[in-house]
Design a protein around this ligand. Sequence first.
Ligand SMILES: NC(=O)c1ccc[n+]([C@@H]2O[C@H](COP(=O)([O-])OP(=O)(O)OC[C@H]3O[C@@H](n4cnc5c(N)ncnc54)[C@H](O)[C@@H]3O)[C@@H](O)[C@H]2O)c1
Length: 270
Amino acid sequence: MPHARPTGNVQYDNTGRIVIVSGGCSGIGLAICQAFAEAKAAGVVCLDVDESASDNLPDGVTFYRCDTSDEEQCRAAITWSVERFGALDILVNNAAIQPKESYVPLHELSTEVWDRLVAINFSGYTFLAKYALQQMRQQQSGVIVNIASGQGHRTAREVGTYGPIKAGNIMQARQWAIEYAREGIRVVSVSPGAINTPLVQATLSKQGGEAVIANRHPVGRLGRPEEVASAVLWLASPDASFITGTDLEVDGGLGAFAAFATPYPMRETE
Ligand SMILES: NC(=O)c1ccc[n+]([C@@H]2O[C@H](COP(=O)([O-])OP(=O)(O)OC[C@H]3O[C@@H](n4cnc5c(N)ncnc54)[C@H](O)[C@@H]3O)[C@@H](O)[C@H]2O)c1
């Protein structure tokens, strides 16, 4: 007898959830906010420093100003959100920077740039998770998704500051996953390839331009923010209930490609 095929669409059911997304005013974070709002989450809170961009947030998303590099602001943001919505089901740690000044070999790196990257891209994830976990432990449920990066898995010249910190986001997720698994809390990370966002547009010239970067991805294009958002929605939903401590690469095949073997594209016609 042939294997029965599943029927109907899988619904990444996040109905009624209370969600916090850091860095939700732009790019991937904005797409994640929008996707949760469309999935009928009961509350979506966008934490960001960019108040001017908060006007662009879709209906159903609430803005709260928070500089995630500041522990006290993270504590206040989580407290405010829990008081307003009564629970916290999902935290998406997404706010991060990759300024042009970080594209340097180590001997040229300024301490100021290093400190900013560590403070936002690494400490910020820890601070928000620390206070989110206090609420999730009371509920004995919750999901944390760290947005990491393909550059946390494998590297290139001049990303020696951003890359190791993004690898740290993957390890944060693994660590928190094993610590809180018995309390009904799951923690995962997502590692995007190059996604067409303001962050990437600002640094494309440093990486050889859009066509070069698109071509390095076997699918031949940059990713769209919504393609990362749908992975986050699935991982956060009960459909992914046995998944914790893992990393999902959303990268158009970039991570599967060994650049040392053959240049990409492999055939001229591509
Ligand atoms: N775009 C990509 O190709 C790509 C690839 C791999 C990983 N990522 C990761 O995805 C995430 C989002 O990247 P993006 O491309 O959407 O970036 P983006 O620059 O478009 O958006 C980042 C958002 O974070 C906010 N932010 C910055 N510093 C903050 C702070 N201290 N506190 C609160 N908010 C702050 C910004 O105001 C902005 O709204 C980051 O973690 C990034 O490292 C992006």
